[in-house]
Design a protein around this ligand. Structure first.
Ligand code: MN
Length: 153
């Protein structure tokens, strides 16, 4: 695990984003955040605390609060855990230029995790319950996942 790609993409003299570091917080429930990112294209950045970082996916449309809607979620570089509190404006010319605001936040319980599948029970304000992330073409498009609410019991 590494934040090299996160560091490489950013100039911390010019972005208000946190530099952060890899951290493990085993005593608490892992956190999640979804940041609404009004960049060149509006998207929602889903981030889950795993392995000392925030595993991250860019979701081009609003994340589904209900079953039956599947969203594409494109995996992006790991972010530091401190990023979960970040809101602000990244100026023109910087990576991810635009406005970042927290859309939902809370913690989650990891239910299942394999290379191509993550199932977790999310405890947010907008999103609640069991959600799935599935890598649907692991070989051809390893960054592309589907994000959706798991069918109810
Ligand atoms: Mn983004």
């Amino acid at each position: 695990m590494t934040l090299d790609e996160y560091f490489k993409k950013r100039n911390f003299k010019k972005t208000p984003e946190p530099k952060g570091e890899i951290k493990t917080r085993e005593s608490e429930n892992p956190i999640f955040v979804i940041q609404k990112h009004q960049a060149r294209h509006l998207h929602y950045d889903l981030r889950l605390e795993m392995d000392g970082v925030l595993k991250s996916w860019a979701v081009p449309k609003e994340p589904p609060a209900k079953e039956g809607v599947k969203r594409l979620a494109v995996q992006t570089e790991d972010h530091p855990i401190d990023y979960a509190n970040f809101e602000g404006v990244i100026e023109e010319g910087q990576y991810g230029a635009g406005t970042v605001e927290i859309w939902d936040k809370g913690d989650f319980e990891l239910m299942e995790r394999t290379d191509n599948k993550i199932i977790f029970n999310i405890n947010g304000e907008k999103l609640k319950g069991a959600y799935c992330l599935i890598r649907f073409k692991p070989k051809e498009q390893p960054k592309n996942w589907l994000f959706f609410k798991k069918k109810g019991k």
